[in-house]
Write a protein that binds this ligand. Structure first.
Ligand SMILES: NC(=O)c1ccc[n+]([C@@H]2O[C@H](COP(=O)([O-])OP(=O)(O)OC[C@H]3O[C@@H](n4cnc5c(N)ncnc54)[C@H](OP(=O)(O)O)[C@@H]3O)[C@@H](O)[C@H]2O)c1
Length: 329
């Protein structure tokens, strides 16, 4: 299956469907990345905090050395961890990611979140307020962005972008950037369509990538590890989605992914199941009509699933991006 690409603002081509890898580790992920490459995925989304860059690097290096793929065939995305949200930490963390991924450059490097944590060696996931969340120092996005731009200058990433930033935070970067961000990765699915933010990004030539495009159905199991319960919406069992799926002889997952793609939004569904990951990439042989697009557009409820509250006290961080929604979260 061949996936069309979109041009990012600096002439870098990005496949509009990528392979998400959060919550997938080690042996399971190794086999899944193999299956994803076999299925035709050429865009892989990871992050330093996913702690799976090494496995992805292992599979990619096998494919590169066997000649099955060249480095330039793959669009590789990774992200600066929150503990690295200060200028001096950016080169250190990008270098670590490159070593683990066994590549000389990534295609897109994203600032993972707008809030910064203290840089604690050996702890990428500070979950308690005691000292780990950098509450006192407002993360300086302008200085941070200059360090991101320096990584493009050094040839260590082709493009730079942000993730989980709100409109005000993006505006501040745009006003001060020499190399503007060309990608925003945010939670986006049928129940959280982020219409204003998407419109703002279009105006500013920022390509939007939808994370959790299926509504992250595996999240409840993941949260249970931390003793948390989460009330997850079941987007794939929504009757509107089901009816459209039946009509097109497609699955519900294929319908919601296609809906985002037709709105020029890049999607990065995660699956470690070979059948499902093949299903998720098979969405370029049909089209939703205007009425179906409208019915799916109307499912928007502004319902955010990932609010980072797993980090205790995060809503008090000066750069917490969803402050305006706090009453609703
Ligand atoms: N920037 C950020 O802060 C951020 C945050 C979250 C996610 N992300 C990125 O976005 C990617 C996707 O988001 P996500 O992992 O949260 O959620 P998602 O892609 O919406 O959903 C993944 C879940 O859906 C299941 N699934 C996959 N395909 C399916 C299908 N065809 N039918 C039914 N179930 C299916 C998967 O299970 P199986 O694996 O068992 O198939 C998994 O439990 C992540 O992997 C990560 O790369 C980024």
């Amino acid at each position: 299956m061949s996936v069309p690409s979109v041009t990012l603002c600096d002439n870098v081509k990005m496949p509009v469907l990528g392979y998400g890898t959060w919550q997938a580790k080690d042996d399971e992920l190794e086999q899944a990345v193999e299956a994803a490459l076999e299925a035709g995925y050429r865009h892989i989304d990871t992050a330093h905090v996913y702690e799976n860059e090494k496995v992805i690097g292992k599979v990619l290096s096998k494919w590169f050395s066997s000649g099955k793929l060249k480095r330039q065939d793959i669009f590789l995305v990774t992200k600066l961890p929150p503990g690295g949200n200060r200028p001096e930490s950016v080169p250190k963390y990008l270098k670590r990611s490159l070593e683990l991924l066994q590549v000389e450059y990534v295609d897109l490097y994203l600032v993972h979140v707008p809030f910064g944590f203290k840089d604690v060696e050996g702890d990428l996931h500070p979950r308690t307020p005691e000292g780990l969340i950098d509450m006192d120092t407002e993360t300086d996005h302008v200085a941070l962005w200059k360090a991101m731009e320096a990584q493009v200058d050094a040839g260590l990433t082709k493009a730079i972008g942000i993730s989980n930033f709100n409109k005000n935070q993006i505006e501040k970067i745009l006003e001060n950037a020499r190399i503007p961000p060309c990608n925003l990765q945010v939670e986006l699915h049928a129940y959280l369509q982020q219409k204003d933010l998407v419109e703002f990004c279009k105006k500013n030539k920022i390509v939007v990538t939808a994370y959790s495009p299926l509504g992250s159905p595996g999240l409840a199991k993941f949260m249970a590890q931390f003793g948390r319960t989460i009330d997850l919406p079941d987007i794939l069992n929504n009757p509107v989605v089901q009816t459209i799926a039946t009509k097109h002889k497609k699955t519900e997952a294929q319908i919601v992914l296609r809906h985002a793609i037709q709105k020029d939004i890049v999607v990065i569904p995660k699956s470690t199941n070979p059948k499902r990951l093949r299903e998720n990439i098979s969405i370029f042989d049909f089209r939703l009509d205007d009425s179906e697009m409208k019915q799916l557009n109307d499912l928007d409820q502004g319902l955010r699933i990932l609010n980072f509250m797993i980090f205790q006290g995060i809503q008090n961080h000066p750069e917490y991006p969803f402050k305006a929604e706090i009453g609703k979260l």
